[in-house]
Design a protein around this ligand. Structure first.
Ligand code: GDP
Ligand code: MG
Length: 314
């Protein structure tokens, strides 16, 4: 094979929660595919994002943050999704925050170290580091003590350093023909992406333990003749007392969640949307394996139930 043969392979984005893995995925795609936010559990699934360019195709796997001491069923499911992506990966990018390496980062590296493949370090959020002179010694120390093949300094938020990272990834991927069509961006369905946009609003607007007690299930999705898409979704909570908080006084909170979600869903689908939300209780769902399966957090994540891109109710 020639040196400039097309490259293609799976690249897992791994790291502790909140380092910017999903922001990086979106920046690479130039599309808001994976939801982003300052709270852990913003990403709960392994999400495929496909970047196609003349040099080849990068199959990014965004993952929930790997973390230790996962006692609850949901936390075990998050770790499982991240480990599954690691198993599939032909290259791993560990994402860290500039100037910060702690026990959780170390635990992520310990998992990566077990997996035989090229390992790149992406030092993210360089824009937020006040003292840039700390950057080089920080990365140098990490490279000496950990076997990274390459280090990249990036700001996923500002889109800086991404060309270099992309080139570094492509150069180390197997020589192989693209596995997806050039216009495909993910293997996730519109239904899944819509549920995520609603969950994004819940993550942003709910406080304390509530974001972690909620999940979203899209129940109906249909295009009307007049160009409007009607979507019905259930917000599941764990306890009866949480229902009232999500709805809010006079239904205000739910209304705000609904109209913000509708706007981002309209941008996602490029169609006008009528969104109806219900709040229902499923006692202790996040610590119950059967409920997790039902809500798409099974061993294979949503992919097992997902009917495929663009598939909707008739
Ligand atoms: P993940 O949990 O690793 O997927 O992290 P997210 O992508 O959800 O991002 C976590 C938080 O870090 C969000 O508030 C992002 O806006 C923020 N963030 C991500 N990348 C950058 C960056 O390059 N610079 C700065 N300053 N913040 C970032
Ligand atoms: Mg994420």
């Amino acid at each position: 094979m020639s040196a400039d043969a097309t490259r293609c392979g799976h690249v897992a984005l791994l790291g502790r929660p909140n380092v910017g893995k999903s922001t990086l995925l979106n920046a690479m795609l130039d599309f808001h595919l994976s939801i982003v936010g300052p709270k852990p559990q913003t990403t709960r699934h392994r999400i495929l994002g496909i970047v196609t360019e003349p040099r080849g195709q990068i199959l990014f796997l965004d993952t929930p943050g790997l973390h230790r001491g996962a006692r609850k069923a949901m936390n075990r499911s998050l770790n499982r999704a991240a480990r599954q992506a690691l198993d599939e990966a032909e290259l791993v990018v560990q994402v860290v925050e500039a100037g910060h390496w702690d026990d959780e980062d170390e635990a992520v590296w310990a998992a990566i170290e077990q997996h035989e493949c090229p390992r790149l370090l992406a030092v993210n959020k360089v824009d937020a580091l006040a003292d840039k002179t700390r950057l080089l010694p920080f990365a140098q120390r990490l490279s000496e003590t950990h076997g990274f093949d390459e280090v990249h300094y990036i700001s996923a938020r500002r889109g800086e350093g991404l060309d270099g990272l992309r080139a570094g990834i492509l150069a180390r991927l197997p020589q192989r023909e693209p596995m997806f069509d050039a216009d495909e961006m993910t293997d996730r369905s519109e239904r899944f992406l819509v549920a995520e946009r609603i969950r994004e609003q819940l993550m942003m607007r709910l406080q304390q333990e509530l974001p972690y007690a909620t999940t979203v299930e899209v129940e109906s999705f249909s295009d009307r003749d007049d160009g409007l898409t009607e979507i019905g979704a259930v917000i599941w909570v764990e306890r009866a007392g949480q229902k009232g908080i999500v709805i809010g006084a006079g239904g205000k909170q739910l209304k705000a969640i609904g109209s913000a979600a509708r706007r981002t869903i309209e941008a996602l689908l490029d169609r006008r949307v009528h969104l109806r939300l219900w709040v229902k209780v499923r006692e202790g769902w996040s610590d119950d394996e059967a409920s997790l399966q039902r809500f798409g957090y099974g061993a294979g994540g949503d992919l097992e139930r997902d009917p495929g891109p663009g598939t909707r109710d008739p």
